[in-house]
Every structure is written in C-alpha cells, then in structure tokens.
Design a protein around this ligand. Structure first.
Ligand code: MG
Length: 168
C-alpha cells in the first residue's frame, strides 16, 4: 500500500530537480502540478527564475504539461502565461484519466514520464496508480483551499512516518 504514496524523490522545490538525472532515467516528459508546485496557490505571477527553469528543461529536451485540479479558467490563464500546455478535460487527480490525457498531449509513455507535485493524495497517488515516476516537492505556500489544509496534516504524518521507516 505504501508503494502508492511513496514518491521516488522528495525535494524542497522544483529548482532542486536534476534534469540530467531524469534524462539518465529515460524521462522525456514532465507532467506538473500547478498550485504550490509551479506557482503559489491561486497566483499567476511568473518570475524570471521560473521562466529560466522551464527554458532549461526544454533545452535538455523535456516537454511539459500542466495537470491541475484547479478551475479550468485558472489553468488556462497560467498555461498561456507559462507557454506550457495543460489538461483541461475536467478529469481530476488522483483519477488515471487526467494523467493519461497529459501523456497524450506530450506524446510520452508512462516509462518516459515523471510527475512533479506537492500532494500525496492527488499527485503521488494518481501517478503511482499508473506506475509513473514521481517527484514530491514541498508546498510553496501555506495559504490554500481550506480542505487542503486538513489533508496536509495527514500528509505530513504519512511523510514523517515514511521518513522514519526510511522508505525514501
Ligand atoms: Mg498542488
């Protein structure tokens, strides 16, 4: 059961991700969560550091696609601003369909795709149900949807438990 909640890597933020390492693992496509992973919750302010990160990723040969559970309008605005396609099919994580749709957009298979996100019950669980590589990042911001705050407490417990058991 732990397998479904266990990220392959756990890092502070997206900037700690080693593109070269992903390449070595045969990864070609990056499906990425929006809120608290790429941008603070409900913010669409994009700074140069983020633009540079995306540029560097592309230079290394990766294709990106946003997979978010937020409202279609917000996803679309950020997707256009960032210049990254997004899944707007109305499917939600941890359902498999939204991940499959993302891979279809960037044209990669499960083995060639990594998912990057900040939540265990949507991002990690959803991607792991398909057997995808997952990188968990610490949430960018404390402010978020009230329900997420409740979920966070449980997530922190599970993450600490997995750390104690040296599961990652
Ligand atoms: Mg998120």
């Amino acid at each position: 059961m732990w397998k479904l909640f266990r990220p392959d890597l756990y890092v502070q933020d997206i900037f700690q991700i080693d593109f070269k390492y992903l390449k070595q693992k045969g990864i070609k496509g990056i499906l990425i969560d929006l809120d608290n992973t790429l941008l603070p919750w409900n913010s669409c302010e994009i700074d140069d550091k983020l633009i540079e990160w995306i540029r560097r990723g592309r230079e290394e040969g990766f294709t990106f696609c946003i997979v978010s559970n937020n409202m279609a309008r917000r996803i679309k605005t950020c997707s256009e601003k960032l210049g990254i396609p997004a899944v707007t099919s109305g499917a939600f994580k941890p359902g498999k369909r939204v991940f499959l749709k993302g891979m279809e957009i960037i044209g990669t298979s499960v083995n060639e795709t990594v998912f990057i996100g900040d939540q265990l019950f949507t991002d990690v669980l959803g991607a792991k149900r398909l057997g995808m590589m997952v990188i968990l990042v610490k949430p960018l911001d404390e402010s978020e949807f009230f329900w997420t705050k409740i979920i966070r407490r449980l997530e922190r417990k599970i993450i600490n438990f997995m750390k104690r058991k040296a599961l990652f």
